[in-house]
Ligand binder design. Structure first.
Ligand SMILES: [Zn+2]
Length: 204
């Protein structure tokens, strides 16, 4: 199996002592039975208590390649597969990694450039391409979209514009507005999410 990293390492962990008494018997049930347990909370949310191994097939780095193969197979075909593959990727786009998004978008772009006139579903692939691009830019600007507080009144600012910084690859110039003071501020956000001091911004 081809793990890039432990897929669960970012999750908060608790010791068995921190769990309530009943929980340990439930955990035993889950680990011994290798079957997840649905946990329903009072607020209507649900989570699964499951052995980590259960996620192995999709946390496997080869999963990305298998999905790309399915997409390459489906392009140019006039069967039900293009819709199956495209809908699946759109449905789960937030769980697919940056590398997949970049590779898949690149494949579709080249396919549409080279075989556009033979492609039976150009709109379907263009739609998926657009979804991948939107997903990529949403991730790229995720750090820059983080709100900061108005230096004058302390209210959270609304980010109104994020543009590529011409001098710093991966960095953005951010402009934000304070609803309370009706002032605008600008700052620079580097590719790692570090931000410069705020300056008052004047349009025009
Ligand atoms: Zn303000």
């Amino acid at each position: 199996m081809n793990y890039e990293a432990n897929p669960c390492q970012d999750y908060e962990s608790i010791t068995i002592d921190e769990l309530k008494e009943r929980t340990s018997s439930l955990l035993n049930l889950v680990t011994e039975g290798q079957r997840p347990l649905r946990v329903c909370m009072n607020n209507g949310k649900e989570f699964l208590l499951c052995p980590q191994d259960l996620l192995a097939p999709i946390c496997d780095a080869d999963f990305r390649l298998i999905l790309l193969s399915a997409m390459r197979y489906a392009m140019g075909r006039n069967t039900y597969m293009p819709a199956v593959v495209s809908d699946y990727i759109k449905r789960h786009i937030r769980f697919l990694d940056d590398k997949f998004l970049a590779l898949a978008a690149d494949d579709i772009r080249r396919h549409l450039e080279d075989y556009a006139e033979h492609e039976p579903n150009p709109n379907l692939w263009q739609g998926l391409f657009d979804a991948l691009e939107t997903g990529q830019s949403a991730r790229a600007t995720r750090q820059a979209r983080k709100s900061r507080f108005c230096p004058a009144c302390g209210k959270p600012l609304d980010v109104i514009s994020i543009t590529d910084n011409q001098h710093s690859p991966g960095g953005f110039d951010v402009i934000a507005h304070c609803q309370n003071c009706h002032s605008d501020y600008e700052w620079f956000c580097d590719k790692d999410g570090g931000t410069s001091d705020m300056k008052k911004y004047f349009f025009g």
